[in-house]
Write a protein that binds this ligand. Structure first.
Ligand SMILES: *Cc1c(COP(=O)(O)O)cnc(C)c1O
Length: 350
């Protein structure tokens, strides 16, 4: 019979997460890993991710927003680098400056606000200036770059800022586009070097390009997905990297030849995944329907209430990975994890 509550849970394997981090760092060589923690550490839970990464020797963390960055600082203490890149309110800027969080800056307007707040607080803001290399999401356009750098240098001279990084984000969709983006990026870095000391942090690549395109790496690589063991959609498996999380749910009812399992679309498992396979005590079984709170799974001999079904994970029970599920519905593995709602308990198992 069952042990825990008849609820699904996301089981977190710390040893796997640490091993993934080691594999990624090994692959990166001289480029420093910045572990990306957005979306509550890709659905795994921020606290667990930071604490486990610290054990694995990670010294640099990337949070989307200042709020997350402050949380990281609280968990990790004062020694690590924390970088937050979302354009933030003045109140958030103050918090970031007081908590020594480095800020990603993609507009001159934001640069000016940070410099102004730093002057008011009497601190020196540490910023990474972002060049738009073609994604057009955020970032200073190449034609405006020289002026933005000049303003940053001016604020540096006045003591309000330190220009500690230059960065951008690339699509990682085609090598040719990434090459073009890198050319724009390197030109921006070169221009910064002509106006003063070269910033120590130069970063362009996330998981896929950092892993597969070493020539694109800077001194820092911002990596989320691969550390959690989420491979790229339509990408190959990675040596030494496995999913660190598995979603497990109990059988709550046996109906004829089917097992009814306690996880459904309200928990964040898309009903469009009907047809997927899950792991059971005897291996893979097909899912026929996904309802609000349950899914119906092809049964097995001697199935019983309380038996555990693995919805996704590393494959030990015959389940698919998050990315393999994502590929069925044309999305990415991160999406499968970040959709999981707060109804799902996170539990550390190793
Ligand atoms: C999400 C994100 C990353 C990490 O991407 P992965 O593919 O998960 O490694 C890096 N940089 C930025 C700006 C991001 O938004």
């Amino acid at each position: 019979m069952m042990e825990g509550p008849m609820r699904p849970e996301l089981r977190l394997d710390s040893a796997v997460f640490r091993a993934n981090i080691a594999a990624v760092r090994d692959r990166l060589g001289d480029s420093t890993l910045m572990l990306v923690l957005k979306d509550d550490a890709y659905g795994h839970g921020l606290r667990w991710a930071v604490e486990t990464a610290l054990e694995a020797g990670v010294t640099s963390f990337g949070s989307y927003d200042v709020r997350g960055g402050v949380e990281v600082r609280r968990i990790a203490g004062g020694e690590v680098t924390v970088f937050a890149w979302a354009t933030s309110t003045d109140e958030e800027i103050d918090e970031a400056l007081l908590q020594d969080i480095e800020l990603g800056v993609g507009t001159v307007e934001y640069l000016r606000r940070i410099a102004a707040r730093a002057e008011v607080l009497g601190v020196r803001a540490r910023i990474h200036l972002k060049i738009d290399t073609g994604l057009h999401r955020n970032g200073v356009r190449p034609e405006d770059w020289a002026a933005a750098v000049a303003e940053a240098r001016e604020a540096e001279r006045s003591g309000a800022l330190a220009l500690v990084g230059v960065w951008s984000h690339i699509a990682e969709a085609s090598d040719a586009e990434d090459d073009e983006a890198q050319a724009v990026f390197l030109d921006a870095v070169r221009q910064v070097g002509l106006t003063g000391p070269q910033p120590a942090s130069v970063h362009l690549t996330a998981s896929a390009a950092s892993w597969w395109r070493p020539e694109l790496r800077g001194t820092v690589s911002r990596i989320g997905a691969f550390c959690y063991g989420i491979r790229s959609a339509d990408g190959p498996d990675l040596d030494g990297v496995r999913p660190a999380a598995r979603l497990v749910a109990p059988v709550v009812r046996v109906e004829g030849e089917s097992a009814i399992v306690a996880v459904g679309s309200l928990d964040g498992v898309p009903s469009t995944l009907a047809g997927m396979t899950v792991g059971t005590p005897v291996g893979s079984r097909a899912v026929s329907t996904i309802d609000v709170a349950t899914m119906t799974v092809e049964g097995w001999p001697e199935m019983a209430v309380g038996d555990e079904v693995t919805v996704f994970g590393p494959g030990a029970q015959g389940e698919e990975t998050a990315t393999t599920l994502a590929e069925r519905i044309d999305t990415v593995g991160e999406e499968i994890l970040t959709r999981l709602g707060p109804r799902i308990r996170r539990r550390v198992v190793d």
